[in-house]
Design a protein around this ligand. Sequence first.
Ligand code: PMP
Length: 437
Amino acid sequence: TFGTSKSVALYERAKHVMPAGNTRHTVFRTPHQIYAERGEGCRIIDIDGNSRIDAVGNFTSLIHGYGSEAIKAAAREQLEKGFSFGMATPGEVRLSEILVERLPSVEHVRYCNSGTEAVMNAVKVARAFTGRAKIAKCEGAYHGAYDVVETSQEARPENWGDVDAPNPVPTAAGTPQGVLDDVVIIPFNNVELGEKILGAKGNDLAGVLIDVMPNRAGLVPATPEFLEMLRRVTKEIGALLIFDEVITFRLGYSGAQGRYGINPDVTALGKIIGGGFPIGAVAGRKDVMAVYDPSNGAPKVQHGGTFSANPMSMIAGIAAMEALTSEAFAHLEALGDRFETKITALFEELVTEAQVTGMASLRRIHLNKAELSDFRSTVLAGADGAKKVAALARLLFDEGVIIAANGLVCFSTPMTFGDIDEIIAAFARALPKLSEV
Ligand code: PMP
């Protein structure tokens, strides 16, 4: 068992100065926080000196874990030169060149500081380019905290509405009705209903926003048919297709769009492209991104940001991307495949009602055997399963492995097959204890 006395004492102080002693719901723990002190390779050492394998990677952003000497060396060098300037820096040019080279649909790039901002910018680009207001998104998909896109993530079926006309359900209390009026919700992976709903809103739609493997909606990949429908219909109605690749860029050298062979008009990026430092980017076709161009008078969209394109994030991002070779992606893919094979065998051996979704370096554990196709099926299948998965994550934490509370497991380049086997061994110890929880 792990000692916690330093974390307990620190949390006592935290409760006086932060609501519930915490600043990110995604890392909130009861009865107290566990505070990280440092990272090494794919491991986190907490302030009480306990070491655990990190299969969260700061929510998928640390694709090289904590061990990349190249990222550290680049960041150290930039630190000495200066960490932010009210001036452009060379790093933004190089990182953009890398992104343009990798992403088939991307010609121009602009930076911000988070995935939330990246999606917000993508929405503004679509509205400015089309002169329309409405944005469509898939039910249950998470796209950050911008009020337009954080709708319809509530796990309470009584608020959902009919499947062929899903309600835009507000997430934050006090969300204005005006915001909801401009959101159109479509069911994920439902070609027929999606086409019908989008067609009906036709001339009012600025863009359709899609994460092709939405984590909170189940981490089920989109079908090629669904994406082809979105590409075709957005073209027909004159709306932009926006890919949220804040997470899915880690699915391969050319992101999810490369994997599927579908070119969106706009792409939102974040997480891995900053090498572990704060970042977001909005990217896309030249004529679309021209809404930001100020060279012929006032641009259609204003965009600044005190820390946008700050050189620490640019330099670390360049080092991270350069290390993400085809071989690195093949390694990540092999880690994911080994995990899937071994965890599936373990579930069978222990007769655990469970399954795993996802692909490549991203997998999600579900403690049910229902057919998961979208947000509704995931929520309904896991009515109490979600609580069980959270309990399993806690048991794993005590066995030395960190996964997300919703069952997301994420792999990083410093991991070896031995680390995957250690993760599986922790599952083997934790799963039998689940019935006692
Ligand atoms: N889009 C997706 C698909 C995400 O998963 C996230 C964050 N998990 C965001 C956007 C928001 O990114 P950030 O937390 O950097 O604001």
